[in-house]
Design a protein around this ligand. Structure first.
Ligand code: FES
Length: 118
C-alpha cells in the first residue's frame, strides 16, 4: 500500500506544520478535505523525512501506545504496538515488519513544512 492510496492523502502543497515544531520526530494529523492523514516527520542527518504513520505489521500508528517511538540512539523509529523498527532515514524495516514505512515527500518552504510534489 502506498501513502497515495489513502483516501485522505494530502495533495502536494498541503501545509503540515511549522518546521520549528519538529524536534527529532513529530507525529501529526494532516487535515484534508477527505479526512485526516496520519504523518510522522523526522529530522535526520540527511534532512527532513516523512512517513505515513501506519506500521506495516498491522497498520497501527507507530505511536498507538505512547509517544516514545524514537530509539535511544536516534537511528530508528519503533512501533509501540509490537516493537517493529525502521530506519529513521529511509523508513526501511529493520525488524518486526514485512516491509518499510511509506515515505511521503515533504519540503520546507519559508519555515513551513508542506507536502512536496512526488
Ligand atoms: S502494528 Fe507495529 S509492530 Fe505490530
Amino acid at each position: 500500500m502506498s501513502w497515495t492510496d489513502y483516501a485522505s492523502a494530502p495533495a502536494p502543497g498541503t501545509p503540515i506544520c511549522p518546521e520549528s515544531e519538529v524536534g527529532t520526530v513529530h507525529s501529526v494529523q494532516v487535515a484534508t478535505p477527505r479526512g485526516s492523514f496520519p504523518l510522522l516527520i523526522a529530522r535526520t542527518d540527511a534532512g527532513l523525512r516523512a512517513y505515513a504513520n501506519a506500521c506495516p505489521h498491522q497498520y497501527l500508528p507507530l505511536d498507538s501506545r505512547g509517544p516514545q517511538i524514537l530509539s535511544a540512539d536516534g537511528a530508528r523509529l519503533m512501533c509501540t504496538a509490537h516493537g517493529a523498527s525502521f530506519d529513521i532515514a529511509t523508513g526501511a524495516a529493520l525488524a518486526g515488519a514485512p516491509c518499510g514505512l511509506d515515505a511521503v515527500p515533504v519540503e520546507s518552504v519559508a519555515g513551513m513544512i508542506r507536502i512536496a510534489a512526488g
